[in-house]
Design a protein around this ligand. Structure first.
Ligand SMILES: [Zn+2]
Length: 474
């Protein structure tokens, strides 16, 4: 099915421009505006007295693991500094309570380590800014940032906020609406506000802003595969809670060798950035990478947005689940795809990143988020193999369909729910108890545990003379 161009007004409700009532007082009121030179300003006004404020989203860059704000943000208010303290970027002024702070920034368009790109840059000049890059929480002192846990936000440190994008004359797409120059939302709302004039294209399965710079052959692939993929996920998993999703796909250019594909899913929105020389010409591995990436990210409309994990520590269920569902989708939609390399990578990541007596649930705190993908995938491979022994034809979709149906109402799948489903799928109480230990406490010999897990459930594998676990056809 091809994307069909439509008038934007047919898709998106026109945002009403009502006369604004007096705004509610909030702890953090920030207005973000473009300047003529391509920089932007963020004007913070604080309604709560605090000597320091930490930015909730303080990831480091993927490329060189350094804090990104130091490269792109400048504090213009005299006496106020922006410093890295512990895992957070912190605003402070020598102990005095902050009242208002002006920051000038160049939209930061590079990939961050396991976080959303602050700004998606489209090759026609359009930009989409992530709301939560402006999310900030109060601290009792700047030094208190040293001991903050890894996943602080304005819910865990209750902080009310208002985020206003003020860009007179600019067309903005936000939250399914087209708006004229102004968006008012919260700093923790988890969305991208798109500023630009690109056409919105839509199919029954999705609506999208696709960068016109993306090479034609891959645009064609996005056109053809994505609607089929979303239809397959929905057929196998039931309807997603988020309705018809929106896709922002940006082209980052061919300056770098190879291919890079990054992005993520937020409340009914998938955003992605493609770049690299290898994307310029049709290339089968790049095509399969793009299909797998789309499979993973769109799976999150179910695994994360229809049912979510209770805590970040349990996200191995969602990330490993999305990885395997992407592989199973390829098995249906592209039967010539061989998943062995991808699945072996999951095993290697898992065993490389979870050591003796290290719980999988502690991977995020240990700074090894990739372990959630690898080990989550390994555990799900075992669950589906165990299930397939009793129900030929069952796969990861079958396993997850049951978890979703059972938990759709409260919208949460806990590790206990997952382990109960594993026990049911495998009929193996002892193996389930050991799997629980792997998740919550760690096991003495992770490689021996995974070998046993595969042997007992029937995941095809062999163990080499070097002790290395090698997957067969699964
Ligand atoms: Zn994911």
């Amino acid at each position: 099915m091809l994307f069909r161009s439509v008038l934007v007004s047919a898709l998106l409700a026109l945002g009403a421009c009502a006369s604004a009532p007096k705004p509610e007082p909030v702890d953090v009121d920030v207005t973000v505006s473009p300047a003529a030179d391509g920089t932007w300003t963020a004007d913070y006004r604080f309604g709560k007295a605090a000597p320091a404020w930490a930015f909730a989203r303080s990831a480091v860059t993927e490329a060189d693991k350094t804090p990104w704000r130091a490269q792109a943000w400048t504090v213009e208010t005299p006496g106020v500094s922006l410093k890295r303290i512990g895992r957070y970027d912190v605003l402070s002024a020598d102990g005095a309570a902050l009242t208002s702070v002006r920051i000038r920034f160049k939209p930061f368009t590079e990939q961050l380590e396991k976080d959303y790109r602050p700004t998606l840059q489209f090759s026609d000049g359009g930009q989409a800014h992530y709301t939560n890059q402006f999310e900030i929480v109060p601290l009792t002192s700047a030094a208190a940032a040293e001991s903050l846990p890894v996943d602080v936000d304005s819910e865990t440190v209750p902080t009310t906020s208002r985020l206003t994008f003020d860009a007179p004359g600019r067309r903005i797409l936000y939250g399914g609406s087209v708006l004229d120059g102004r968006v008012v939302t919260g700093t923790g709302s988890g969305g991208y506000a798109y500023f630009g004039d690109a056409e919105v294209i839509e199919t029954p399965a999705l609506a999208a802003v696709i960068d016109p710079g993306i090479p034609e052959w891959l645009r064609g692939e996005l056109d053809a595969y994505t609607p089929k993929l979303l239809a397959l996920h929905a057929e196998k998993l039931g309807p997603p809670a988020v309705g018809r999703p929106m896709v922002f796909a940006a082209w980052g250019g061919a300056d770098q060798p190879g291919v890079s594909l990054n992005g993520g899913v937020l409340g009914g929105l998938m955003q992605m950035d493609l770049r690299g020389q290898r994307v310029l010409n049709p290339d089968k591995p790049v095509k399969n990478l793009a299909r797998w990436f789309l499979g993973h990210e769109t799976a999150h409309f179910w695994l994360a947005q229809t049912v979510r994990a209770e805590t970040g520590a349990d996200n191995w269920m969602m990330e490993g689940g999305a990885d395997i569902l992407a592989v199973r989708a390829l098995g249906v939609l592209a039967p010539d795809y061989d998943p062995t390399r991808r699945l072996q990578g999951e095993v290697d990541d898992c065993l490389g990143l979870v050591g003796p007596n290290e719980p999988l649930a502690g991977a995020l705190e240990r700074g090894e988020p990739q372990a959630q993908y690898g080990c989550g995938a390994v555990l799900l491979l075992a669950a589906e193999a165990g299930l397939r022994k009793r129900e030929p034809g069952a796969d990861a979709y079958t396993f997850w369909r049951r978890l979703i149906d059972a938990n759709r109402e409260d919208g949460v799948v806990t590790a206990d729910d997952w382990l109960a489903a594993f026990a049911e799928a495998t009929g193996d109480a002892e193996l389930t108890a050991e799997t629980r230990r792997f998740v919550t406490e760690g096991v003495a010999d992770p490689a021996a545990f995974v070998a046993k897990l595969f042997a007992r459930t029937g995941v095809a594998h062999s163990v080499g003379a070097d002790g290395k676990l090698k997957l067969g056809a699964n």
